[in-house]
Structures are given as structure tokens and as C-alpha cells.
Design a protein around this ligand. Structure first.
Ligand code: HEC
Ligand code: HEC
Length: 289
């Protein structure tokens, strides 16, 4: 897959060089339109090939949903569940996605996932779209195909109901919708560490940023402290594989949330994906101080 991406990138690059006479900054678009556009490689993506060798879009989408934690918050059956139940503050459910999707066309669904905007234009709450903002087109396509493949079941929940404390926190700017988080972090990305690590960078950006932050620099403000992923650079590849498969860190320690999400989510990563993330995090530690 990677080799093919690189080859088609080179073909695109070559074609652009031939057409523009070495002006590589301005790759021609398909038509004659004079749109200045930098030649870009094919989009990076979560591996479309499943461990059993098949490459079905819906099954890939289920893996994307697992790795990104959609199933953790919306439930294994996507039926949603009680998310916050503190009437003084707020009552909020993680939506029943099997029923919600019928309100959305694909573009609206993409906007909900990436930007945290509901089909009617209202903002979502507590939905971590800021970490899905940079999902590539093939990953988004597979994810939407999977969401639409699950037969509707369960009940549709009401929208968030705010109590007096929640209303006050909104007035004070302490409680903000997902759209704010997206606007705040839109331009924060993990440091570049060479084209050879672009795939690992993409995987870490989409799969690890929810907790370790958009630049993977950690998230000290969070309820449990999440380290800068520089912490991973001291892991050998074998120890790193073991961490993501079982949740067991190096040394005689036990982790909390990280152990849980390793078992439920990251154990579904393929070996090449884990190796690519590791290689990127090691390279990143060398370029980032
Ligand atoms: C940390 C928990 C969490 C994760 C992870 C998460 N969601 Fe959500 N999501 C929520 C909550 C809570 C809501 C309800 C927001 C509201 O009603 O304001 C929601 C709402 C949504 C909606 C709007 C549905 C509606 O009611 O109109 C969509 C679509 C959605 N999520 C898709 C996804 C997908 C796809 C993923 C994985 C890529 C995902 N979510 C991951 C918590 C989460
Ligand atoms: C749902 C939240 C969450 C996600 C997503 C997440 N982590 Fe973590 N991670 C944590 C937390 C929290 C800690 C701190 C230890 C703990 O409380 O479990 C941690 C700690 C770590 C550590 C330090 C382990 C040590 O030796 O102490 C590494 C390395 C790490 N994470 C790597 C990753 C990688 C790589 C990804 C993406 C594949 C990832 N994490 C995604 C929550 C998360």
C-alpha cells in the first residue's frame, strides 16, 4: 500500500514537472483551469487491508471506528448511552448513531464528525471532533460506509438538557461546544519528522491526539495527566508493541486509562501501523525539543 502510494506520488510529481517545465510548485489540475495548487501525494490512511487479508470498505470502517474510539463512547452497537447525568449541571447522551445517520446526508455526516456541527447547524457537545478533523478522505469514506451499514436499533435520545450550573459555566466560558475546540486546535498539528514518517505521523495524529493533544505534546489540563508522546521514544519497538497490545508499560508499573484503551482499541492496530507510529514518535523526539 505504502509503496503504491509512493509510486503514484512520483507519477503525479513527474507529470507535473513535465507539464510545467520544472515549476514543481504549481502542479496542473485535471482541467485547464489555472488553479495554483501544490502537488500532493495520495492521502494517507489507516491500513485498508484487514488482518484476514480482505479489504472491504465497511469492515475497514469498523476498524477505523474502533481505533478512533467511536465504539467506546457510542457503544459497541452504536446505540449510544448516558454520557453525563448530573441534572444540576447537564444531562447528555452520546447519540444513537444507528438512528442519527438518517437525518444526515454524507456531507453533513462528515461535517458532524470533523467539525462538531449537527445536521441542523447547531453545535455538538462533548464530541471530540477536534481529533477527527484531519481524517483523510479514504478513512472518512470507510467510516461513513460503516456507520450507514449498521441497522437502526435502540432509542433516539433527546439533546443535552442544561441545569443551572451548566448554564452558568457556559456564560463564564468554562463549558464550550465542540465547535470551539475545533476552532482552537484547527492549526495545531504534530511536528513533521520526514516524509518517510508521514504515515506514522498521520496515524498518531488521528488515533492518539484525542488524549495526548493535537500536537501530541500531552494534555496537562485534563482530569488524568496525559504525557507528551516523547515518552514513547524511550520504548523499544517490542516494548511499544506490547504496550499498545496489552496496556502494560515498561518497568513494574500499571497504567490507568491508557491500559484500557490499548486493550479495547489499539490491540486492533496492525504490526505495520504500530511500527510506523513508533518510528514517527522516535523521529519526532529527535526533531522536537
Ligand atoms: C469521547 C466520547 C466520544 C467519542 C470518542 C465519539 N463521540 Fe460522537 N458524540 C459524543 C457525544 C457525547 C455526542 C452527543 C453530542 C450532543 O448531543 O450534543 C456525540 C454526537 C455524535 C454525532 C451527532 C449525532 C446526532 O445526534 O445528530 C455523530 C454523527 C457522532 N457523534 C459520530 C461519531 C463518530 C463517527 C465517532 C468516531 C470517529 C465519534 N462520534 C466519537 C461522544 C463521542
Ligand atoms: C483515551 C485516551 C488516550 C488515548 C486515545 C491514547 N492515550 Fe496514551 N495515555 C493516556 C493516559 C491517560 C496516559 C497516562 C497513563 C494512564 O493514566 O493510563 C497515557 C500514557 C501513554 C504513554 C506513557 C506510558 C508510560 O510508560 O508511562 C505512552 C507511550 C502512550 N500513552 C502512547 C499512546 C499512543 C502511541 C497512543 C495512540 C496510538 C495513545 N497513547 C493514545 C491516554 C490515552
Amino acid at each position: 500500500m505504502r509503496t503504491r502510494s509512493v509510486i503514484s506520488f512520483l507519477i503525479v510529481l513527474l507529470a507535473s514537472l513535465m507539464a510545467t517545465g520544472c515549476n514543481a510548485d504549481r502542479a496542473p489540475t485535471a482541467g485547464a483551469a489555472q488553479e495554483p495548487k501544490v502537488a500532493s501525494p495520495p492521502p494517507l490512511q489507516i491500513s485498508p487491508v484487514l488482518p484476514n487479508g480482505s479489504a472491504l470498505l465497511v469492515q475497514k470502517g469498523e476498524r477505523v471506528a474502533t481505533l478512533l474510539g467511536c465504539l467506546g463512547c457510542h457503544g459497541k452497537d452504536l446505540h449510544g448511552k448516558t454520557w453525563v447525568d448530573e441534572p444540576e449541571f447537564a444531562v447528555l447522551y452520546s447519540s444513537n448513531l444507528t438512528r442519527a445517520v438518517s437525518h444526515y446526508d454524507d456531507a453533513q455526516l462528515e461535517r458532524a464528525i470533523r467539525e462538531g456541527v449537527r445536521y441542523d447547524g447547531s453545535p455538538l457537545w462533548e464530541m471530540p471532533s477536534d481529533s477527527f478533523l484531519h481524517l483523510s478522505a479514504p478513512d472518512m469514506e470507510a467510516l461513513i460506509a460503516y456507520l450507514r451499514s449498521v441497522p437502526p436499533g435502540g432509542t433516539e435520545y433527546p439533546r443535552m438538557v442544561l441545569g443551572p450550573v451548566g448554564k452558568k459555566e457556559i456564560q463564564e466560558g468554562l463549558l464550550t461546544p465542540t465547535t470551539h475546540a475545533v476552532a482552537r486546535t484547527r492549526h495545531i498539528v504534530p511536528v513533521f519528522a520526514g516524509e518517510e514518517n508521514a504515515w506514522g505521523r498521520y496515524l498518531a495524529q488521528t488515533i492518539c491526539s484525542e488524549c495526548h493533544g493535537p500536537a501530541l505534546r500531552g494534555n496537562p489540563g485534563a482530569d488524568s495527566s496525559r504525557p507528551d508522546l516523547i515518552a514513547a521514544a524511550s520504548y523499544s519497538l517490542d516494548d511499544f508493541k506490547n504496550l499498545l497490545k496489552t496496556g502494560q508499560p515498561t518497568g513494574n508499573r500499571k497504567l490507568g486509562l491508557m491500559a484500557k484503551v490499548s486493550q479495547s482499541r489499539f490491540s486492533h492496530l496492525t504490526e505495520p501501523e504500530v511500527s510506523a507510529i513508533h518510528a514517527y514518535l522516535v523521529a519526532r523526539a529527535a526533531v522536537q525539543r
